[in-house]
Design a protein. Structure first.
Length: 146
């Protein structure tokens, strides 16, 4: 079991989410709340709050990118073989609708082969309270095996 998954299970969602912000401080700027984590899957809540707004009063595109990198990275971390390492290499995003509510940001990578080394593409979606997909991303992770 990965150290991140063990921490999530032992600490609980709230403490784990705060800990992520301490390990990688930029993530704390969006106050993410990781609500589910397992190999191949991570889900967090990105709250619709003023500090993540753009000039239109909706969730800023880069706040959604930040959340996407977090769920994609944590999913990769808990899914790769023991001893492997990863780093994000690139991200292609689509802004599909204005984000006017809290967002459920999901990395559902059940179909991704995390056993391979090299470039792995990890999908992420951000969905609002009405079920509208506001954002999607494909994150290229560079995975190196020990």
């Amino acid at each position: 079991m990965s150290q991140s998954l063990m921490m999530f299970e032992q600490m609980g969602a709230k403490a784990f989410s705060q800990g992520v912000g301490q390990m990688a401080p930029y993530f704390s700027t969006i106050d993410p709340e990781v609500v589910e984590l397992k190999p191949g899957y991570c889900e967090l809540v990105l709250r619709n709050q003023k500090k993540v707004h753009n000039h239109l009063g909706t969730i800023h595109a880069i706040a959604m990118c930040n959340a996407a990198e977090l769920v994609g990275g944590v999913t990769t971390d808990v899914s790769i073989p023991a001893g492997a390492r990863w780093i994000p290499q690139g991200m292609t995003v689509k802004y599909l609708a204005k984000a006017k509510t809290d967002l459920k940001v999901v990395c559902d990578a059940k179909d991704v082969d995390f056993t391979q080394a090299g470039e792995i593409i990890v999908p992420v979606s951000a969905i609002d309270d009405e079920g509208t997909e506001c954002f999607s991303a494909l994150i290229t992770m560079n995975v190196k095996h020990a």
